[in-house]
Design a binder for this molecule. Structure first.
Ligand SMILES: Cc1ncc(COP(=O)(O)O)c(C=O)c1O
Length: 375
């Protein structure tokens, strides 16, 4: 095949669906026939499986990962005047979920090697800010944040930890699954995640029975009984069809994760000697689940175009850190305030690492990157 015709997409959901099509349809067709779309039995079954998988006592399905975060802040009763320390190097919802209910995100820079919230700088932020009630690390790209020191600094300052685990189902920190280490864990089942629904979906996890009860109420207008409302909640039920898809996909998640890990390990070998910075191993014991395989590289934008010309899909997660987004300009951050995140935003490029990626295609990706830097 000529290189101009060859296509290596960043993600191949069509290929993944083909491997489970029969299983999924066998579950969905009777469900559609039953017309029980709202909080059908698949919701509880999926929640049970997710709780087990994430080593959490409770899992509460909801409409998206963004809503999972929003529900977490609502359950903690945060609002105007309150602050949460978080990373600027993440997807928008990490901070958007806070700002949405009037909570101020306090952005703290990330570690250059793990891309995750730097516990040393969190300590400084507590010194500078009053009314910080939570620390929100993000397990970016599927790699666990440095939870030990983060928990310690949060506890010492009277704050809880809420994990944005949207990209990291199954990831571990020191042998513990993410999402069950802090007070609340928030996961996304956006189709591109390691466990992706066939549309939007999310889940909140916790070990605290009171928080679990609050979360379960908040996602259905604030009450367990129809037309009786203890709290002002929202409609963030998880769609039963999505819960059914997730239940099926969970059977395959470990296998898919292992394939992602194998692909990541192969890239490390294939890209040896190429002048790019490869994802480094965290200085703590971790199970990285590689939702993304992200390199840091010079001439990133040129490389992205070159790879696209050769049929290779890549993505920039994320081109502009959150503290420099227009919508947060009133918070007063300036360029240069969080230099590590700002630098990474100019260098990060995510390569195809999905489970369906063939070894042949990976070799092609690596050779094309090598050819770019040899030009
Ligand atoms: C780190 C992070 N947080 C939150 C979200 C929000 O999830 P969703 O797209 O399901 O609303 C995402 C996913 O897109 C994410 O990657």
């Amino acid at each position: 095949m000529s290189s101009s015709k060859r296509q290596v997409p960043l993600l191949d959901l069509v290929a993944q669906h083909a491997t489970i099509r029969e299983e999924v349809l066998a579950e969905l067709i009777p469900l559609i026939d039953s017309q029980r779309f709202i909080m059908g039995p698949a919701v509880g079954e999926m929640e049970c499986k997710i709780a087990g998988y994430t080593q959490s006592k409770y899992a509460i399905g909801c409409a998206s990962g963004s809503d999972a975060l929003l529900l977490a802040w609502m359950a903690l009763e945060l609002g105007p005047g309150d602050k949460v320390i978080t990373t600027p190097y993440s997807f928008f919802a990490t901070a958007g979920s806070l700002a949405r209910i009037g909570v101020e995100p306090v952005f703290v820079d990330v570690e250059p090697d793990t891309f995750n919230l730097d516990p040393n700088q969190v300590e400084d932020a507590f010194r500078k800010h009053k009314n910080v009630w939570a620390v929100q690390p993000v397990h970016l790209y599927g790699g666990a944040a440095n939870m030990g020191p983060l928990l310690e600094v949060a506890q010492r300052n009277g704050a809880v930890v809420v994990e944005d685990a949207a990209q990291a189902i199954g990831a571990e920190y020191e042998g513990r699954r993410v999402g069950a280490i802090g007070a609340i864990g928030c996961f996304s089942f956006y189709p591109g995640k390691n466990l992706g629904a066939y549309g939007d979906a999310g889940v909140v996890t916790t070990n605290d029975p009171e928080l679990a009860d609050l979360l379960a109420k908040l996602r259905i207008h604030g009450g367990h009984n129809k037309y009786f409302h203890d709290l002002v909640g929202i409609n963030s039920r998880i769609d039963t069809l999505q819960a059914a898809v997730l239940k099926i996909k969970m059977r395959h998640l470990d296998k898919w994760t292992e394939l992602r890990q194998a692909n990541a390990a192969r890239y490390l070998k294939l890209l040896e000697g190429v002048p790019v910075l490869l994802p480094s191993v965290a200085p703590y014991q971790t199970r990285h689940v590689f939702n993304q395989f992200t390199i840091r590289c010079a001439r990133r934008d040129e490389l992205k175009v070159y790879l696209a010309e050769h049929g290779i899909g890549t993505e920039i997660y994320y081109p502009l850190p959150l503290h420099l987004q227009n919508c947060f300009s009133e918070l007063g951050y300036q360029k240069g305030d969080l230099p590590v995140s700002e630098q990474i935003a100019t260098e990060a490029l995510s390569l195809p690492v999905h489970p369906e990626l063939s070894e042949d295609d990976q070799v092609y990706v690596a050779e094309t990157i090598r050819a770019f830097y040899a030009k």
